[in-house]
Design a protein around this ligand. Structure first.
Ligand code: GDP
Ligand code: MN
Length: 345
């Protein structure tokens, strides 16, 4: 059932103040998922949670994207589970496929070589997915009118009520990139990612900001720390991905071939870009988003969150995450220092 949008705010007996937003005050924002027809059940489960936790009071649209046509069954199944507006889109063919810069024979050799080295090491489609989410998702026509997106995935868990509008929070606080979990990447999947990034920085200093948080991603020995924001949840000001700097960086990475020859993920790519091109104050840890995706769980440990969350507070990766500690202990450096980290003599 549709919620009544009469009241702007109400407080429950266990002291959570829920804000609602009249439809005409919603931001230009949506929940976006790249998803396969076969993931209908998991996608329904995620959407139901996002609605229950947050979106039933707001009614932001859901956008589902697929490299294939969505089946009638998928579309019907999704429409049944939510009242929010839903859009289904197919990817433009030139956004999903082998990059023109890579050698197909070498791609197959490297898939065979990497197959046993790490998860998805031999998967071609996984690489198309990572490249798509790195360089193309923000260009999909269905996202053209959006200022923010919140990426969702099938089969994840949202543990906590979100009583306010996170898009509005991002906007009001001039935030660009929001995350909930920051783990370390498997080194073998990104063997030359920093080396390639470094070159881009040295060749494109005009794209670097006067101050950045790059130290989070790169240690004093000029090595990638493997820290990244887990992009299966991310709330992002899309003007960041649409910026000239980000596009130039993506093109440079694409030319280098590592999306295929290695297995560069969209998470480390987004994260290195965020650290390199943004200031710490533009990043936001949504600590209050209790979240599980296979592999890691975050559960807020603040006792005031107990009435909002249904997770076990002893069970949170984020309070022992090395990358989260780096995040709180480090600050911005200036452009000259960033270039020196990248190897400027
Ligand atoms: P993991 O989280 O790294 O294990 O990767 P996932 O399998 O969860 O994939 C990340 C996201 O991309 C999920 O939302 C998937 O539904 C989606 N995805 C992955 N591969 C494909 C694909 O080949 N086609 C489509 N349409 N979506 C995909
Ligand atoms: Mn996933």
């Amino acid at each position: 059932a549709q919620v009544e949008r009469m009241s702007q705010q109400y407080t429950t007996s266990n002291n959570i103040t829920y804000v609602t937003q009249p439809k005409d005050q919603l931001l230009r924002a949506a929940m976006v998922a790249l998803v396969r027809n076969s993931e209908l059940d998991g996608m329904r489960a995620t959407v139901r949670q996002v609605d229950d936790r947050f979106n039933r009071r707001f009614g932001y649209p859901y956008i589902f994207l697929n490299d294939e046509d969505f089946s009638e069954e998928f579309m019907k199944g999704m429409r049944e589970i939510t009242d929010a507006p839903i859009y289904f889109g197919k990817l433009p063919a030139d956004h999903w496929g082998l990059s023109e810069y890579v050698n197909e024979t070498k791609v197959h050799e490297m898939l065979a070589y990497n197959k046993g080295r790490y998860i998805y090491g031999g998967s071609y489609s996984y690489r198309l997915m990572c490249r798509y989410q790195s360089g193309f998702i923000h260009k999909h026509p269905l996202l053209a009118n959006l200022d923010y997106y919140w990426r969702i995935e099938p089969g994840v868990t949202y543990f906590c009520d979100m009583p306010y509008d996170p898009f509005k929070y991002m906007k009001d606080n001039n935030l660009v990139y929001g995350f909930t979990i920051t783990p370390m990447e498997k080194a073998l999947t990104v063997e030359t990612l920093w080396e390639t990034t470094r070159k881009w920085m040295l060749e494109n200093p005009q794209h670097l900001p006067e101050e950045s948080f790059i130290k989070w991603a790169v240690n004093d020995k000029s090595e990638y720390t493997l820290c990244h924001f887990w992009s299966n949840f991310e709330i992002v000001d899309l003007s960041f991905y649409r910026s000239k700097a980000y596009e130039s960086y993506f093109q440079h990475l694409d030319r280098a071939g590592g999306f295929f020859y290695e297995r560069w993920g969209d998470a480390p790519v987004h994260s290195i870009a965020a650290a390199m091109l943004l200031r710490k104050e533009q990043l936001h840890w949504f600590e209050d988003v209790g979240y599980h995706h296979p592999g890691y769980t975050h559960c807020p440990n603040d006792s005031s969150m107990a009435s909002r969350c249904v997770c076990s507070r002893s069970d949170s990766y984020m309070y022992r995450s090395v990358c989260n500690h780096r995040l709180s202990s480090l600050g911005n450096i200036n452009k000259q220092q960033a270039l020196e980290l990248a190897g400027l003599p």
